[in-house]
Write a protein that binds this ligand. Structure first.
Ligand code: NOJ
Ligand code: CA
Length: 705
């Protein structure tokens, strides 16, 4: 073992020297040398990462990635198999090579930070088949200091017009059997618990339906992305994709013997191909984030940077917000979505109670689920087409009056569209439904896709549904509507281009704690999510449950964190919309509510202070409008003390810190609601020791004096 590590390292040193030389040659003789070139390299702006593109003697394209002297991704093949056409896997020559460097900044209209630096070196390799059809395929690499993105470009050409991709063969050859945090490569849902294992031990098929899912399909031993790994020496690697447009979602098939991943696109039972496109087109970016420390994965803006700049000129109609809603009560069984079930939640009266509560507590939004007809025919029905109506309220819900009352109180109603995955029905009503929202002055919708997709044979993550999700977002722009989809396609940074994509689910959310038969989300869930799912983009996790044991509604379920951790989640789990998810009666009179009142939702900057995947993480964020800071720290099932320095605060400024921390004897299971709240003056010189209970957390507001 040691010997082979040594060997890999020496090879790496030699290769690095060769690549550097090639890189220099590459810059000086691009045109003249292109003819017989088989090898091109490009490094990151700070020179720490290096990508080498190679063609084998058979003309097979491949790439290698190095960080310093270590190989991070070893020789990995690239290419496609097509329907009714020879594959695009070999017989290529390089016809042209282009490089460029970009260093720019752009502003997030809302986000984890105000400005983002987009700095990379780009290498574009233009390939052509040596003979026969002489088809062309380009591969573009963007090399950042914190990782790599690459994608395929299919140029317009005579012998490749309609392209039916049956398989994309993008390989990620790992150099060791890394520790991996993964969920199965489900074509229908991401709502799985993470498993921590070696790559060689990944066994996605053992995760087939865990009993709480209305749809799931795991065809083979593959994982979904982002998948995050830690190498023996501490290097962190996370593979995902960016700018998923008119293409299938990518899962990664696992080769447990050779310790590698290969792209496996989500398919459809209706077609014998996975992607259909017409040239010219580009694929999504395949992304590899590479970081010395776990915390740097969260710092990285690689995924959004790989997306195009915003196409929405004015998004000022959406502002980040906290919201409450008629929601948790249905998951607890206190009320129902369905009016016929006899305890309808979405009544005018109940909505007004939430509006009053929000208005009183500095919370801008109220979500109302179960307001429209169709719920009596929701889960478990095969014939779901034509059932849900996105215009017609139940007769005990006066939509106009609720919206009027909300406006009077300075509150916004959030619309809800549960499609039950009956896509035709939703598509047919979408214009009317968004128009209704526009007429009412409602600017955001939570959509849902519970159930197997109709038309039968499609999966949530295939090209057909990717297009549906994206078209819903594009159409929403016309009506000034922002979208928060549940049971969505994964986030791939499209929020940069379409900032009306505000948040989404796409993980096991809080709701599982209310009803999952497997005991809900264990304490390690969110300390894993922060370094996996959260790298993709904002999460509508719906934190803030104070009645941890869910009594009297769900005696056999509970939230598996302390109440202090529920507060910390407002800072740790990023989303421009954050729900205060619990019932009004569980908030009233509880001093911990003050943190939810105070906490920001839109950030000028973010500092990840510490963290290890699956163990703990501490994040501090500065609110855009006020310059106030908020800190959230969470731990897994292990209690721990974490030292933090407050050097992120403005110098020479005193802040009132209110610390919401686990009481001495707090514990996620034995004593989850024991919280101590303490106030003190602090400055940037102050150092704190955060004492987190098992499954616990700390939340702190730093308000400028
Ligand atoms: C599943 C969503 O995740 C949940 O938030 C919602 O309440 C139900 N679907 C009903 O639409
Ligand atoms: Ca869900």
């Amino acid at each position: 073992m040691e010997n082979s590590t040594f060997k890999t390292k020496s090879i790496a040193i030699i290769m690095k020297t060769i690549f550097k030389t090639l890189l220099i040659l590459g810059i000086f003789c691009l045109c003249s040398c292109t003819k017989n070139r088989k090898n091109v390299a490009i490094s990151s702006p700070n020179d720490t990462l290096l990508v080498n593109f190679l063609l084998t003697d058979e003309g097979k394209p491949s790439y290698i990635i190095l960080k310093g002297v270590s190989v991070v991704i070893d020789s990995s093949s690239l290419g496609f198999e097509l329907k009714n056409a020879p594959s695009l896997l070999d017989n290529f020559k390089i016809v042209n090579v282009d490089t460029k460097s970009v260093d720019e900044t752009w502003n997030m209209p809302w986000g984890e930070q105000e400005t983002v630096r987009n700095q990379y070196n780009e290498l574009k390799v233009e390939l052509q088949e040596k003979d026969s059809l002489e088809r062309k395929l380009n591969i573009v690499f963007k090399v950042y200091n914190d990782g790599i993105g690459f994608r395929y470009e299919f140029p317009e050409q005579e012998h490749l017009k309609e392209v039916f991709i049956t398989d994309e063969h993008t390989q990620f050859q790992l150099t060791d059997d890394h520790t991996t945090w993964w969920i199965p490569g489900d074509w229908d849902i991401y709502e799985h618990l993470y498993t921590t294992s070696k790559v060689s031990e990944i066994d996605a098929l053992s995760k087939a339906n865990h009993g709480s899912l209305a749809q799931t399909y795991i065809p083979e031993n593959a994982v979904n992305t982002p998948v995050t790994m830690r190498a023996e020496g501490g290097l962190h690697i996370s593979i995902h994709e960016a700018a998923l447009l008119d293409y299938s979602g990518m899962t990664l098939k696992v080769d447990t013997e050779n310790i590698s991943f290969q792209s496996e696109l989500v398919g459809s039972e209706r077609n014998d191909y996975k992607v259909k496109r017409t040239t010219p087109f580009t694929t999504p970016w395949r992304t590899i984030q590479i970081a010395e420390k776990a915390t740097e994965l969260i710092d990285s803006k690689l995924i959004v940077n790989l997306n195009e700049p915003s196409k929405i000129d004015d998004i000022s109609w959406f502002t980040p917000m906290k919201y409450t809603g008629i929601w948790w009560e249905m998951h607890l069984g206190k009320s129902s979505w369905d009016k016929a079930a006899g305890k309808h939640g979405a009544t005018t009266e109940n909505a007004k109670a939430f509006i009053d509560f929000s208005a009183k507590n500095n919370i801008k939004g109220v979500l109302v689920e179960g307001w429209n007809t169709g719920w009596e025919h929701w889960i478990g029905f095969e014939d779901r087409e034509g059932v849900f109506d996105f215009i017609t309220p139940y007769d005990d819900y006066d939509l106009q009056e609720v919206v009027r009352y909300a406006k009077e109180k300075g509150v916004e109603i959030i619309m809800h569209h549960e499609t039950s995955a009956a896509i035709g029905t939703y598509d047919r009503q979408m214009d009317k439904a968004y128009k209704l929202m526009q007429d009412l002055g409602i600017h955001s919708v939570k959509s849902g896709y519970v159930g197997k997709i109709i038309p039968k044979g499609e999966y949530h993550h295939g090209q057909w549904m990717v297009n549906h999700y994206n078209n819903a977002v594009f159409k929403a722009i016309e009506y000034e509507v922002a979208v928060n989809a549940h049971e969505p396609i994964k986030a791939t940074g499209l929020r940069r281009t379409y900032p009306n994509i505000i948040s989404r689910e796409g993980l096991r959310g809080q709701e599982f704690n209310a009803w999952a038969a497997d005991g809900g989300n264990p304490p390690e869930h969110l300390p894993i999510v922060a370094f996996t799912r959260m790298l993709a983009g904002p999460i509508d996790y719906t934190p803030g449950i104070f009645n941890i044991k869910l009594s009297p509604y769900k005696e056999n379920n509970q939230v598996n964190t302390t109440i202090a951790q529920q507060l910390a989640l407002y800072v740790v789990i990023y989303s421009p919309i954050q729900m205060a998810a619990d019932l009004i009666e569980n908030y009233e009179g509880n001093p911990a509510l003050q943190f939810i009142k105070d906490v920001g939702v839109d950030w000028k900057q973010t500092k990840v202070l510490n963290g290890e995947v699956g163990d703990f993480v501490t994040i501090a964020r500065e609110e855009r409008q006020t310059g106030n800071w908020f800190l959230g720290s969470i731990t897994d099932e292990n209690a721990r003390n974490l030292e933090v320095s407050l050097d992120f605060l403005l110098p020479n400024t005193t802040y009132t810190a209110t610390i919401y921390k686990d009481a001495k004897d707090a514990h996620w299971d034995d004593n989850p609601t024991a919280i101590d709240i303490e106030t003190m003056d602090v400055t940037s010189e102050t150092k704190l020791t955060l004492q987190l209970a098992a499954g616990g957390g700390t939340a702190i507001s730093f308000l400028k004096k």
